[in-house]
Design a protein around this ligand. Sequence first.
Ligand SMILES: [Mg+2]
Length: 148
Amino acid sequence: MEKNKLTIFLDMDGVLANFEKAAAQIPDVKRPDEVLDFSTFEPMPGAIDAVEKIIAMGHDVFIATTPPWNNPAAWGQKRDWIEKHLPKLKRKMFLTHRKDLLKGDILVDDSTYRGQYDFDGTFMHFGKHFDWDMVVNTIEQITKLQLN
Ligand SMILES: [Mg+2]
């Protein structure tokens, strides 16, 4: 592994992709995650810019997402979303229900139900303690510290 290069995992729904906005369009559906087309979600505000900045810092960025088990089409739709919005992350996608098993430095995620607290590196709880500006600024600070 290259020195000073951080391995960073980004969650999709609620972090990169606006699941909530799409779900709000079908308020009567109990399990919107089982019917929505995940390839059609809008990016979260500021998300694409932020990821581009983190990639430009030289870090190794991956997607780590938990697809709904009962909506297998969503698995491919997530891949299509990445191709459309973040083509640089092509072939850098983890589908997992166990984020604690990922090996890396930073995990950016809005949920805590998939082992996020047990992730070995730093868990940045998106939507609670972190927004995209804070994620980018914090990674920028770490990057600077490593270079000095
Ligand atoms: Mg999420």
